[in-house]
Design a protein around this ligand. Structure first.
Ligand SMILES: *[C@@H]1O[C@H](CO)[C@@H](O)[C@H](O)[C@H]1NC(C)=O
Ligand SMILES: *[C@@H]1O[C@H](CO)[C@@H](O)[C@H](O)[C@H]1NC(C)=O
Ligand SMILES: [Zn+2]
Length: 593
């Protein structure tokens, strides 16, 4: 019956079976039964076929020539030459951070709903983030996927699950003759920057990371420019602001290895935006993390901003490679978007994302005017906080709303108010409850811009100063109706951005995070495998190692890998930061990964 025939098929059944026989012949190489003398028709078909092949080839050749002509007509040199790569990492920034920040920006600027962030205009794809040990990665495994292009366990700093080091794109770039830089707002010894220039079995070993970063490393010094925080890991434990467990002076070690060292705003200003900088350069501008942008912008004379550091680094690296055949590799991290997520502080977060957006503008402007071919690729290692631009506060069906207003009213981060509160308690150990209460109320009105704090909220802050960080953040989150599902990370896919979707076309679409790592090494055309080999050979012979001791620090013991929920215990226990919290930072579990 006609109904049983294949749809759209008008061929008779004999035609159909001949077609099938010919297809069969193509697959098996056996001739069909159709034979007989080769007729005019046969030769005519051959002729047509040859003509078609030649015509197709000609079209392809013309298309390639046309494409080349297009490329050189818009000024871009072919990729075979000198090149620069700027890799930006927005730590802990998921897609919802963008929705939140975009609406916040429109609200504060009175802009129309179609005004976008700079980031939005450079969106090219998404990255899947799981690690080798968990569906939810930490920053160490997340950044190892970028540096080594391999999956490892949570907590691993460019080492693999078999505890062998893996060469990084930065190390390979350095060996190939590129200049290299790391610019962050967290401690430079924190996981993301660490994975590019050091190798340790556990991310908590920040003392060892500091040492490796300034050249106590099997390959010697691999970074030319370092800007960030984390000074406390570079100072010997005899210094008041040290957080090292030993008495090693890593600043002195850095200087011995040729680094020029600066440690404050004045030193940074003297670099004149990168025009008078001597590489290698170690710039550490805070004992721990550089303050959140929401706080820092009022303390501009103390700490450089992310975009200032990025612009200075770009100028410095570009000047330093002016007469070189190779360009530079620079990693820039908006490190503390993640911290705002961990604290569930939406006001701090939108300012961090805006600072990152502004920094991307700086990078794009640089690439635009620089004569060397370059590309910027930006992504996150994971999402933090399980952020939702919605929050159901009551049992009744919620309205479809969230309010940017409370974020705009806040002038301080919850972190800063928490630190102020604890400093107050330390300096007024016997203050009556009424004084303490007054201090809390002032923090809420002047710091958070909240005029309708409830008695319950104030009582909680008076009763539990140890968790005031979370209590302050929650007051903003509830009023803005922003939701959070965790103080940790989530498994959400994260966005990928680029200055050039053609150069970065390998990252268009949805990708595994290791493919971002693949892109970095392929764009720079560097040999990371030989670096891995060299690390393994030279690491064994590293100086000053006792019998059985690894140059990559202690191996994690059973249950010590940062996979499960009890990793905070490990982090805050053995490697407690000395001196920073003044002894009052008790048990809020605010350690960050
Ligand atoms: C400082 O480090 C040395 C080892 O390098 C150690 O013996 C000493 O106990 C440390 N001092 C303090 C106060 O931690
Ligand atoms: C913002 O602060 C002002 C006072 O400075 C206050 O009147 C207003 O209610 C606050 N807005 C929100 C959304 O909390
Ligand atoms: Zn992270």
């Amino acid at each position: 019956m006609a109904r049983d025939r294949p749809l759209l098929s008008s061929r008779s059944s004999s035609e159909l079976s001949r077609g099938l026989a010919e297809e069969d012949a193509l697959l098996t190489g056996q001739p069909t039964t159709r034979s007989g003398p080769r007729t005019w028709n046969f030769w005519r078909e051959i002729g047509l076929f040859v003509w078609a092949v030649i015509a197709t080839a000609a079209v392809i050749v013309l298309a390639v020539i046309y494409q080349k002509a297009q490329d050189s007509s818009n000024g871009a040199p072919p990729l075979s030459g000198k090149r620069n790569l700027v890799f930006m990492v927005s730590d802990g920034m998921g897609p919802t951070s963008l929705s939140l920040t975009r609406s916040f920006m429109q609200y504060t600027e009175g802009a129309p709903f179609n005004k976008q962030l700079i980031l939005d205009k450079h969106f090219i794809g998404q990255s899947r983030t799981r690690s080798a040990s968990s569906l939810i990665t930490d920053s160490a495994a997340g950044a190892t996927a970028f540096s080594c292009a391999l999956k490892s366990y949570n907590g691993a700093i460019s080492v693999l699950p078999n505890h062998q080091p893996c060469g990084t794109v930065l190390e390979a770039a350095k060996k190939a003759g590129y200049m290299t830089g790391l610019v962050v707002t967290t401690r430079i010894t924190d996981a993301t920057p660490a994975t590019f220039a050091s190798h340790v079995h556990m991310r908590q070993e920040e003392d060892l990371i500091a040492q490796q970063m300034v050249g106590d490393h099997p390959l010697g010094r691999v970074v030319d420019l370092i800007f960030g925080g984390g000074k406390c890991h570079f100072l010997p434990n005899s210094s008041l602001s040290s957080c090292r467990a030993d008495d090693k002076d890593i600043v002195a070690l850095a200087q011995k290895n040729g680094f020029n060292y600066i440690s404050d705003r004045q030193g940074f200003n003297d670099l004149k935006g990168g025009k008078s900088i001597k590489l290698p350069m170690l710039g550490l501008f805070a004992d721990g993390d550089i303050p959140f942008e929401i706080d820092r912008r009022n303390e501009d004379d103390h700490y450089p901003s992310l975009h200032e550091m990025a612009e200075t680094a770009l100028t410095a690296l570009s000047e330093a490679t002016r007469d070189s055949k190779k360009g530079f590799f620079l990693m820039i991290e908006g490190s503390r978007i993640d911290h705002a997520g961990h604290f569930n502080d939406p006001a701090a977060q939108v300012h961090e994302v805006l600072a990152y957006d502004k920094t991307m503008t700086s990078v794009l402007d640089f690439l635009e005017r620089d004569s060397t071919q370059g590309v910027m690729v930006s992504t996150s290692d994971h999402e933090t906080g399980g952020l939702a631009a919605a929050r159901q506060l009551h049992a009744s069906y919620p309205q479809y709303l969230w309010y940017p207003g409370p974020l705009a009213n806040a002038s301080h981060s919850a972190e800063r108010l928490d630190l102020n509160y604890k400093a107050f308690l330390l300096s007024h150990p016997s203050a009556p409850k009424a004084t303490q209460r007054q201090f809390v109320e002032d923090s809420i009105t002047s710091g958070l811009g909240i005029m309708d704090a409830s008695d319950e909220e104030i009582d909680a802050l008076v009763a539990q100063p140890e968790i005031s960080l979370y209590l302050f953040a929650d007051m903003i989150s509830r009023r803005s109706q922003t939701g959070w599902s965790t103080h940790g990370h989530s498994a959400a896919d994260v966005n990928i951005y680029s200055s050039d979707p053609v150069l970065a076309k390998a990252l268009v679409g949805n990708h595994e995070n290791t493919e971002v790592g693949d892109f970095l090494r392929e764009f720079l055309d560097v040999d990371v495998e030989s670096v891995t080999k060299e690390l393994r050979e030279k690491g064994i012979k590293m100086m000053g190692m006792e019998e059985g001791e690894s140059w990559m620090g202690r191996l994690p013991e059973e249950g010590e890998r940062i996979d499960g929920g009890d990793h905070l215990k490990t982090y805050e226990g053995e490697f407690r930061r000395r001196g920073l919290e003044g002894g009052v930072h008790v048990g809020c579990g605010c350690g960050m990964h």
